[in-house]
Every structure is written in structure tokens, then in C-alpha cells.
Design a protein around this ligand. Structure first.
Ligand code: NDP
Length: 293
């Protein structure tokens, strides 16, 4: 925890990610002792440069913690059936415990058809419709990595959630919606705002915990934040000068918030960390012979 001397305490995602990885490395070691090396397969279709970087980072993070990983690359004009066949083979491969398909897929692909072809117990992104249903009903199998990472950040700082008013700005399937559900499950009163929300500030100013995932650079300013609020900035936006910024105007908001995450170095490092955790969890369940469905 860092005190900036100018208001908010910084929630340091890099530091928390390091601690979490060190703890989960011990679980990898226990699996190795039991003869199981956790394995992750990543499927990438097309040549989206951002996706290629994400995949490279995931592969490196796996190697650092002792997880085996393999990448299956398909050209952007690939046939969906070839990808489905690849997933089927990975579902049957006992050395692979986690499978993820790097999104977005090219337009000719049916996202849900591809994602739901992943075995539920290997769906470490938590995007399979069965896993989404499990999350909705409070029986989480794999929590989606970004909101999972946010929850870990809140818990590491012992930030109370129950009874608090949490406002989530953004309703995507990978961040906003699962984030809102996870906060709800922990007893927060949750408001979800979108681009259609009228007078956004009226909601954000009432948030004890404000999570912003819009992809709109610095759209949340100090006037939109309650004094002492916890502000979690999920956004990653590249500015014209090449630098990164979040959806929150960090410099002004840190003067009024109680806690704030920076960009970069906030939620970003947690997302990959939670992917590693989910893969290790999948390997532990496989070793224990746990049946999910
Ligand atoms: P999406 O584009 O899928 O969703 C954005 C959401 O924000 C939509 O629900 C949209 O509303 C809402 N929104 C857009 N503009 C406004 C506005 N002016 N006021 C209120 N709501 C608004 O994005 P993602 O959820 O995938 O990602 C959001 C951001 O988080 C991006 O910057 C992305 O790069 C980043 N990200 C970071 C991750 C990390 O690891 N740190 C992981 C994943 C994403 P509507 O539905 O009405 O259109």
C-alpha cells in the first residue's frame, strides 16, 4: 500500500500480482510433486497485433510460474470447424487443464459456438455459457479473470464490500457484467451504468466502490467521485503519443478518492495472474478427479 501524500492510497496491481503468483507457485510445486504439470492451451485466430502481444505475455507468465503452455495459431480466414476440431482434441488431452480462445475472433466465427465447445472444466476464462450461469447463480466454477483480479485487489486491501454501494461503469460480458455479479454476490448494492445512462455523475458520485471499464480515456474526473471512494480503473487506452492511460483521470481523482488503481500497473497485471490461478485450479481439480457437470 503506497500513500501518495495527496489523497488516495495506490492499489499496486504489480505488487499484489507478485504476491499472488508467489503463493500459487507453491500450489504448482505441490502439483508437480504429485506428477501433474498444469497445462494451458491458447488458441489464436488471425493477426490482431494486440492479441499477439496478450498471447505472448500469457505464455511468458505460464513459463515463469511453471505451467506448460502451447499456442495453436490459425490464419484469419480459418475455417471455424478446424478450430472446433482443435478444441475437441484439447478437451480430450489430459496434459491440458485450461483452454482459452483469444478474443476477438474474425467475423466469420460464432463466438458462443466456439467458446461453448471448450470443456467446462477447462474453460479458464470463465466465458462458457455454463460457467456464466454458474456465476449468476453464485456457484462460480471459474471467475472471469479481470473481475476476479479486481476482487483480489479489494480483498488484499481489506476493503469492505458487503453493504457498500458499488457502481460499475460498463456492461461488457468479460468485465462489466461479471464484475457486477461478483460484487453483488459479496453483498454490495450494485448499480450498472452504460453509455445510455443519463447523468452518469449522479451515479458515480454515490459510489463507495467505483469500477470503470468503458475504454474511454480519462472519462471519470474528480467531480464524479465521492470523497474517500475506492476507484478501480480497468480501462487501458493508448494515447496518440503512445502512452497508456485509464478510463479515470488519475491525477485529479487521486486527490479525492480513498484508494485508486493506476494505469498501467493496476488491474492489468492482475488479469494474467488470475488466468494462471484458474489454470492451476483446473489442474488441482483434475488431479482430485472432481466432476463439474
Ligand atoms: P467494451 O467496449 O466491450 O464495453 C465498454 C462498456 O462501456 C459498454 O458497456 C459501454 O456501454 C460502456 N461505455 C462506453 N462509453 C461509456 C460512457 N461514456 N459512459 C458510460 N458507459 C460507457 O469494453 P471492455 O469491457 O472489453 O473493456 C473496457 C476497457 O477495459 C477497455 O479499455 C479495455 O481495453 C479494458 N480492459 C482491460 C483489461 C485489463 O486486464 N485491465 C481486461 C479487459 C478489458 P454500452 O454497453 O451502452 O455500449
Amino acid at each position: 500500500m503506497t500513500d501518495t501524500g495527496a489523497g488516495a492510497q495506490i492499489i499496486d496491481g504489480k505488487e499484489i500480482a507478485k504476491l499472488v503468483r508467489a503463493e500459487w507457485k507453491l500450489r504448482v510445486d505441490r502439483l508437480l510433486q504429485a506428477g501433474v504439470k498444469p497445462g494451458l492451451a491458447v488458441i489464436i485466430v488471425g493477426d490482431n497485433p494486440a492479441s499477439a502481444i496478450y498471447v505472448k505475455n500469457k505464455v511468458k507468465a505460464c513459463s515463469d510460474i511453471g505451467i506448460y503452455s502451447e499456442v495453436h495459431s490459425f490464419p484469419k480466414d480459418a475455417n471455424q470447424q478446424d478450430v472446433l476440431d482443435c478444441i475437441r482434441a484439447l478437451n480430450d488431452n489430459p496434459h491440458i487443464h485450461g483452454i482459452l480462445v483469444q478474443l476477438p475472433l474474425p467475423p466469420q466465427f460464432e463466438n458462443n459456438r466456439v467458446i461453448t465447445s471448450i470443456a467446462v472444466e477447462k474453460d479458464v476464462d470463465g466465458f462458457h455459457l455454463y460457467n456464466v450461469g454458474a456465476l449468476v447463480t453464485g456457484n462460480t466454477i471459474f471467475a472471469p479473470c479481470t473481475p476476479f483480479g479486481v476482487m483480489v485487489m479489494l480483498d488484499r486491501h481489506a476493503i469492505p464490500i458487503e453493504g457498500r454501494h458499488a457502481v460499475v461503469v460498463g456492461r461488457s460480458n468479460i468485465v462489466g457484467k461479471p464484475m457486477a455479479l461478483m460484487l453483488l454476490e459479496r453483498g454490495a448494492t450494485v448499480t450498472i451504468c452504460t453509455s445510455k445512462t443519463r447523468d452518469l455523475a449522479q451515479f458515480t458520485r454515490n459510489a463507495d466502490i467505483l469500477v470503470v471499464a468503458t475504454g474511454k480515456s480519462r472519462m471519470i474526473n474528480a467531480g464524479m467521485v465521492k470523497s474517500g471512494a475506492v476507484v478501480i480503473d480497468v480501462g487501458i487506452n493508448r494515447l496518440s503519443d503512445g502512452t497508456l492511460c485509464g478510463d479515470v483521470d488519475f491525477d485529479s481523482v487521486k486527490k479525492v478518492a480513498g484508494f485508486i488503481t493506476p494505469v498501467p500497473g493496476g488491474v492489468g497485471p492482475m488479469t494474467i495472474t488470475m488466468l494462471l490461478c484458474n489454470t492451476i485450479l483446473a489442474a488441482e481439480r483434475a488431479l482430485a478427479g472432481a466432476k463439474i457437470q
